[in-house]
Structures are given as C-alpha cells and as structure tokens.
Design a protein around this ligand. Sequence first.
Ligand code: BGC
Length: 241
Amino acid sequence: MDIGGSGIKGCLVDLEIGQLIGERLRIETPQPSLPDPVYGVVAKIVESFGWSGRIGVTFPGVMKHGVAHTAANVDKSWIGTDVDAGLEQLIPGSVVTLNDADAAGIAEMRYGAGRDQGGVVLMLTFGTGIGSALFVDGHLVPNTEFGHIQVDGEDGERRASAAAREREDLDYPTWAHRVDRYLDVLEAGLWPDLIIVGGGVSKKAAKWVPLLTTRTPVVPAQLQNDAGIVGAALAAHERDN
Ligand code: BGC
C-alpha cells in the first residue's frame, strides 16, 4: 500500500520480479487527510484483494516503529499517531510501515537502477515534496529527510520539488537549474557515488537530467510509479518478526 497526499494505492506484488500482479487499485486520499478516513480506504483496498497476510504501507513522513513523526504534506494530526496499531484494528493481517521514499529506494536497489550498486547511493523522489533514501553498500539508512535541507535560505523541496515546477509554471531548464543547486548542497555534505531520481517527473528525465552539472552520476529510476508499492511489499516480506 502506498499512502500519498492525493491518492492511496495498493496491489499484490510478485517479489520474484518486483512487479505488480494485475491492476493496482487507487482511491483518492480523503480530504482532509486525517488518519481514520485514510485507514478506512487502506482497509477497503486490502479487502478488495482478499488479502489477509502482512501488508507493507508507505507514509509520506518519518516513520519509526509504526509511529509517524512528521507530516509535511498531509494533515498534521498524523504526528505521533501509531499507524501500525490504527490499521491493525481494521485489517486481518499485521502491518509494516515505512517512509515512502525509503520504500521506493528499497525497490530501486533490488530491482531497478540501483541493482548491484555498492558504495553510497542516494535515491530522491520528486513529487509534492522531495523524498530521500540513502543506501550504504545496499543497506538503507532510514528516514533521511533531505527534502528539508536548507538551500539558499529555503526548504529544498519548496524550490526544487516537481510541485514547485508546476506551481510556478517553470520550464524544464529553469527547474533543472534549481534541482542542480539543490543537488550541489547535498553533494557537498554527502559525496554519494550515485544519485537515482524518481517520482513521476523521472518519466521526463530526458528533459532535465542531461542539464544537471553534478559531479555524481545521476540516473532515472526504473520502477517509476510502482516503486513505493513494490518496496512496501518487500519491507513487509523481509521484516523478521
Ligand atoms: C517528507 C518526506 C517524504 C517526502 C516525499 C517530504 O515532505 O518530509 O518524509 O518522503 O516528502 O513524500
């Protein structure tokens, strides 16, 4: 399951190949995006697949031990909420929650652009915000929040997310320049070996990735829209308890 600010999506996943099995189901995120109505939608989607096992769920904020700690682009009432416990009251199986970009990153590292990549790999998702997932020799450092590093006195995602491009009606070269500046600041602090760029805008990678002047190689994500769901399923499958 992938909980986003505009849509909640779910599907069964074939973890041998990292692909969705059949069609995913997407339902608009209730507005305001309060926990209880969102849980209701998640439960409905799980039920539609007749699934009673463990589920993986992504959330667009810091998730630690089932509890949401931030909510930059969803209702603030999520902060401090035990999402695992809330969902487990409504569905038959148990729940594993994780940050949305971490989920997308896990999927990319296993099945996509990060396959067999050692060293320091940084996955960034450009959407309403900017999500980040950091890997060291394939191991995730969870809950990095690089969308919120300060760039020229502003939250990085405020200037360089895909939503900023749309909101300000920027052409790709202008927006690429902002992304470049954002990546400069990240590179100065991290020195990654590879940067993977994901989110819907990675489908248009040819329009902006070649304009970047980073010293680190930048490649588009390969799983695109499905990465969050696939990564959530993988996390649920690999959780030990
Ligand atoms: C949130 C992150 C999230 C990203 C993408 C940011 O605003 O702070 O936790 O991964 O948006 O949804």
